[in-house]
Design a protein around this ligand. Structure first.
Ligand SMILES: Nc1ncnc2c1ncn2[C@@H]1O[C@H](COP(=O)(O)OP(=O)(O)OP(=O)(O)O)[C@@H](O)[C@H]1O
Ligand SMILES: [Mg+2]
Length: 257
């Protein structure tokens, strides 16, 4: 399964990706694809050294049209297996593996002022995800950049479903509404998780989501331990949030306990 984690900026996409990858790694070989071209924190939160970006593997970033033209070559460079791209066959320096056995890959980062847009990264992400040859015991989680730019770049088409993260704000619910429409149009699965929820705000949030016609699949509570570990740029520590998420994921994706 290839699941894209998306939603408004700061809702907890990266944190939930890390926690979900830990939970899923008990059942699957998990690959996390970092397709956020601006944030650099995912490796720290996962507890690994940043791997070399995949954009380097295909010879670096090029103009958008040139990338589109070179797509067949890019795909064959990435695909060592005849059936498609097997993630476990990519060169080791492009994969960082955590203590739990979670493998992280990074598409590329916009680091310099005036470097131009992130479109080439999105083209590479789409090419990678849509040509993957996944084994039954492999699970791919894609951590995306904030908002809906990736919708414009059609990365969703290359995934099996969208995991949308909302927080207790109307802005994040509005983004979820847009992503809901996208999923419907593309005939993809969609799950929505409300994150950073406190007891005093839960009812209002769920009420507003229902009023907008959003089905919330689960609630992850605000977790102070998680918050502090993120603040310190450390591997994420969590007990409350990961327990909430475990229950949600096991039910949502019918994973055996
Ligand atoms: N369940 C939670 N409890 C407490 N704090 C949380 C929780 N989830 C996320 N956070 C906090 O919210 C901050 C933003 O989370 P995160 O970086 O995962 O969001 P994001 O959606 O990936 O942001 P961006 O759009 O910038 O990529 C984290 O630094 C962390 O402090
Ligand atoms: Mg993030």
């Amino acid at each position: 399964m290839r699941v894209m984690v998306c939603g408004k900026g700061g809702t907890g996409k990266t944190a939930i990706t890390v926690l979900a990858s830990r939970i899923l790694s008990e059942y699957f070989k998990v690959y996390v694809v970092d397709s956020d071209e601006s944030n650099i924190l995912l490796p720290y939160f996962l507890g690994v050294e940043p791997p070399k970006p995949l954009i380097d593997y295909i010879g670096g970033k090029r103009e958008e049209e040139e990338m589109e033209r070179a797509l067949p070559k890019i795909i064959s460079a990435l695909a060592k297996a005849r059936e498609g791209i097997r993630l476990n066959l990519l060169p080791k320096e492009y994969i960082a593996t955590s203590r739990e056995g979670i493998s992280l890959m990074t598409i590329g980062k916009v680091r310099e002022y005036g470097e131009g847009c992130a479109c080439p990264f999105n083209i590479l992400a789409r090419a990678l995800l849509s040509n993957l040859k996944l084994m039954e015991d492999e699970f791919v989680l894609v951590d995306t950049d904030a908002g809906v730019e990736h919708v414009g770049r059609r990365i969703e088409e290359a995934c099996d479903g969208l995991l949308v993260i909302v927080d207790p704000t109307i802005e994040s619910l509005e983004t979820a509404l847009m992503l809901n429409e996208t999923a419907k149009k593309l005939n993809k699965d969609i799950w929505i998780i409300a994150n950073k929820v406190t007891e005093d705000i839960k009812e209002a949030l769920l009420g507003e989501a229902a009023r907008l016609g959003l089905k919330i699949d689960g609630v992850v509570r605000f977790d102070r331990e998680l918050y502090i570990s993120c603040l310190r740029k450390e591997p994420i520590k969590s007990s409350t949030a990961i327990n909430d998420l475990r229950e949600i994921i096991e039910g949502m994706w019918r994973i055996k306990v």
